[in-house]
Design a protein around this ligand. Structure first.
Ligand code: PHE
Length: 444
């Protein structure tokens, strides 16, 4: 049977951008940039995305398209059984990531409702902080929202590629960019917004250290959904007529744009009201609602902001589930609907301890980390870099000519770019990724 294809190039680009643009852009990027020297971080991040992220994204797509398989099948087809664990790592990472991703996504869904019902009408961060803490510590309510979110993902992914994932992204991604633009206009016209923009855009090289490069690299591959076979799986549904370099460049560009726009919303808003941009992850659920409450029309803009986050999370979550689903469907011949339901159930079960770790089960710690932090750390700092490392080594050293054909044949790209791509895969990416992996696991 022929594999289902994306209906159009636009559909693929929207789906890939939907995967890439997620909580990583709106919730994580602004404060990571803030903590790492603003514009200087942005500059380093740009170079890393353009060189490393772009090369690796093209490579993953090529692996999928050449083999028409899921991550496990793709590695087996090209590298034999010995390379299958690289694919399994991706499938497993999907479960781990989704288990904590849907918890935070559930919070965003809940906050859309809270905003709409005017339940966050305080301008005092202490009050909002307490409200947030008591909300996430509740044993049932956050899980209810995580369950609703998971159900939405199941609804879309069960529909398959064209009628499920592609159709949802074709609507949701333009809506997301629309919301981003409205919010940017609101944010940059606030009094004192210039200070926030300066913070995001003006390079302060005195804050750049080795760790800045590590942070930029980690942010780049999380944001581009690299290292777990998402793009590989999406690439397996891409028609051979589509040129990989320009299609990849478009979605990578959209991901960058979304991060910068999110920074242009969050930082001016924070500065305009005199808050601290380094207040980390709490920025989104505590500081921003306080600001929205003190802004004219804040309930509307606040509602829009959380809706934006929920949409971004939804389109990413679909792509995190798809590699596992494709694996069971391709390799074990299971029905898509059944597989989606089964995988979702497993993710939800894993989400329970994650969600409870903010309340009932906060005493349950592994190596000083709560269950939620443990899942986040294992996936983001260990599994994804390892997955990306294996992918770059495999393609760089074992399947280089095949990948070169798949990506560059008939595109007329100058040899120097092909040389750069090869250099990145063979040396630069393995060096950077090993460094992140070893540093995270405490080995160096
Ligand atoms: N890129 C997504 C984000 O920025 C997260 C993600 C990671 C999606 C890995 C798929 C795979 O939120």
């Amino acid at each position: 049977m022929n594999r289902e294809n994306w209906g159009s190039r636009f559909g693929f680009i929207m789906a890939a951008a939907g995967s890439a643009i997620g909580l990583g852009n709106v919730w994580r990027f602004p404060y990571v940039a803030g903590e790492n020297g603003g514009g200087a971080f942005l500059l380093i991040y740009l170079v890393i995305v353009a060189v490393f992220g772009f090369s690796l994204a093209m490579t993953e797509i090529a692996l999928g398209r050449a083999t028409q398989r899921n991550p496990v099948g793709a590695f087996r087809a090209l590298g034999g059984r010995r390379w299958m664990p690289a694919g399994f790592l991706g499938v497993a990472a999907g479960f781990v990531i989704l288990s904590f991703y849907i918890v935070v996504a559930g919070w965003t869904l809940a906050y859309v409702g809270f905003m709409a019902r005017g339940m966050l009408g305080s301008t005092d961060p202490a009050v909002l902080g307490a409200r947030f803490e008591s909300f996430i510590a509740d044993p049932l309510v956050p899980l209810y929202y995580a369950g609703c979110f998971m159900a939405l993902v199941v609804l879309v992914v069960s529909g398959g590629i064209g009628r499920g994932i592609e159709r949802a992204n074709r609507w949701l991604m333009p809506a997301l960019f629309g919301l981003l633009l409205v919010l940017v206009v609101r944010a940059v016209t606030l009094p004192g917004a210039a200070e926030g923009l300066r913070f995001l855009l003006m390079p302060d090289f005195s804050r750049v250290t080795g760790a800045t490069f590590g942070a930029a690299l980690a942010q780049a591959f999380f944001s581009l959904s690299l290292g777990m076979g998402c793009l590989l799986t999406y690439g397996s549904y891409l028609s051979r007529r589509e040129p990989i370099p320009s299609t990849t460049a478009t979605f990578v560009g959209l991901d960058l744009l979304a991060s910068v726009l999110a920074g242009m919303i969050v930082l001016p808003v924070v500065f305009s009201f005199g808050f601290d941009p380094g207040s980390g992850p709490g920025l989104t659920f505590v500081t921003l609602p306080a600001i929205f409450a003190s802004m004219p029309g804040g309930a509307v803009f606040g509602g829009m902001f959380f809706l934006l986050l929920a949409i971004a999370a939804l389109t990413s979550a679909m792509s995190i589930l798809e590699p596992a689903v494709a694996y069971f469907v391709d390799e074990h011949g299971l029905s898509r609907r059944l597989t989606v339901a089964g995988c979702a159930l497993v993710c939800f079960m894993l989400a329970i301890p994650s969600s409870l770790s903010f309340g009932l089960a906060c005493g349950l710690q592994v190596g000083g980390r709560s269950f939620f932090d443990l899942m986040d750390f294992t996936a983001t700092n260990l599994m994804l870099p390892l997955g990306a490392l294996l992918t770059s080594l495999f393609v760089g050293w074992r399947w280089c000519d095949g990948a070169r054909q798949e990506i560059f044949a008939a595109t007329g790209v100058a040899p120097i770019w092909i040389g750069t791509w090869k250099l990145v895969l063979r040396f630069i990416a393995p060096a950077g990724l090993s460094w992140i992996f070893l540093a995270s696991s405490g080995l160096i």
